[in-house]
Write a new protein. Structure first.
Length: 156
């Protein structure tokens, strides 16, 4: 039997029994501290990304904070949130290719320090173009691209 690869939209809707709240393991406490970690469902990340209005931005770290607060956990899982943001971006592009006009504005979600995400559809250049279309200024810092003064545009 041939294995059929899931689309990003299918991955987005597959909760895999998430969200889950787990105790932070002793070997992870040096990185994340003591407490609990929430592993969100992919759709939870997508719902936050979908809310970001034109002219505003959000970072993965802000998404993690919101999810931690929602689930009364100490932190949101940085790995899962990053993966689920990427799945959300690719799912939105699948919808665009299907002719949908209103898609999740994934390009408004940045990495931690205002960096563009090279794993998003079309890489940093595509995200850069979409953000510039919304009047954000993108600057290069070393090998990375960042939104200039991104802190001024973050959603509350």
């Amino acid at each position: 039997m041939a294995y059929k690869k899931k689309t990003a939209r299918e991955k987005l809707l597959d909760s895999k029994d998430f969200p889950k709240i787990e105790k932070i393991k002793p070997n992870q406490e040096k990185i994340w501290g003591k407490g609990t970690i929430v592993i969100p469902a992919p759709i939870e990340v997508a719902e936050i990304m979908k809310e970001v209005p034109k002219g505003k931005l959000i970072t993965i770290n802000k998404i993690r904070e919101r999810l931690a607060k929602k689930h009364k956990a100490t932190i949101g899982c940085p790995i899962c949130c990053g993966i689920f943001a990427n799945i959300t971006a690719h799912a939105a592009e699948e919808e665009r290719l299907m002719g949908k006009k209103q898609i999740t504005p994934w390009w408004r979600t940045l990495k931690g320090e205002g960096e563009l995400n090279p794993k998003y559809p079309g890489g940093e250049q595509n995200q850069k173009k979409l953000l510039e279309n919304e009047n954000h200024r993108i600057v290069q810092k070393g090998k990375k691209y960042v939104v200039e003064n991104y802190e001024n545009y973050l959603v509350k």
